[in-house]
Design a protein around this ligand. Sequence first.
Ligand SMILES: Cc1cc2ncn([C@H]3O[C@H](COP(=O)(O)O)[C@@H](O)[C@H]3O)c2cc1C
Ligand SMILES: O=C(O)c1cccnc1
Length: 349
Amino acid sequence: MCIEKLRQLCAAIEPVDEEARTEARRRHDQLAKPQGALGRLEELGARLAAVAGACPPPIPVNPAAVICAGDHGVHAQGVSPWPQAITRLMLENFVKGGASANALAEVYGATVTVVDAGVSGESSPSTRVERAPVQGPTKDLSLEPAMANETCTVSLSFASSVADDLIDKGADVIIPGDMGIANTTSAAALIAAYTGKTAAETTGRGTGIDDQLLKLKTEIVTKALERHGAGRDALTTLASLGGLEHAAITGLILTAASRRVPVIIDGVNCVAAALAAQALQPRSVGYMVAGHRSAEPGATVGLEHLGLEPLLDLDMRLGEGTGALTAYPLLKGAAALLNNVSTLQELGV
Ligand SMILES: Cc1cc2ncn([C@H]3O[C@H](COP(=O)(O)O)[C@@H](O)[C@H]3O)c2cc1C
Ligand SMILES: O=C(O)c1cccnc1
């Protein structure tokens, strides 16, 4: 995608509908229950009304999980205990249906689309993935920009077309997920750059590293921020510090927003992409629902910056879209309440 196309995508995002939100809040106060008794489900319903521009909002029935996978040059610095080859093995596992994300998607009725945003090595021709026209892994972000701005826009644009296709076919909620060994290092750097926080505040244990490795990882993020942190434009920051899956997830988020479809934000990698989307087009935040609070510290820092309160806090720290998938039924419930509960007036009160 040339920069101009990215600009067009951002420009196509309208503000969410504040009148529909107000109407939903008013309707909740009239339903056959004490005012406010459905707690945060009421505000979630109002948010869905604002996204759809309608009160009551449609009840979602066709959620689409889109798992974006990419490999990272910074893996060479020893920031993850896992070999890079796990990314491709998991990509194939998503296609076979054997990952945690698949189990949750199956039970909640979500389709799973797998995007190879730049995984090292070759997949067998029979593997059913959407293959982005870029080569992974990224460069080592602690030494040089992870990718060129142009590569970043190609990845973003490719995922954007995947989301457009899914929405054209009836998807009514987009649930991005990530896979990429070492990507929590990249996410920590992105979150620090977009929020102005330090590496120490955003860097966490990822798949589960010890204190010594956490110290090294934090130093790597600090180094990356010194090289290409604050003061860059939104796209250059994403390209310099992000992974190809972060760029792709940013494309999914912006596209969902441009189509007035809610997008559920998962853990630290999706939060990093959500911050990129916010920096590119602040109006996109109105279309986001924070699925859960990941145990990774950068996730909380990022959600605060986005002004989003996560629905769930289950100590999850996996990624793949698992936290967002777990939160999905709450969106169905919140919309169903606004659609199907009688008003006190209808009961003759
Ligand atoms: C088997 C396996 C499955 C995963 N599914 C998601 N992740 C998660 O862990 C990785 C990031 O952690 P770090 O930065 O510490 O490498 C990402 O792939 C993320 O999606 C997984 C990790 C592993 C090992
Ligand atoms: O927050 C997440 O989604 C996460 C945390 C650790 C490793 N991978 C993903």
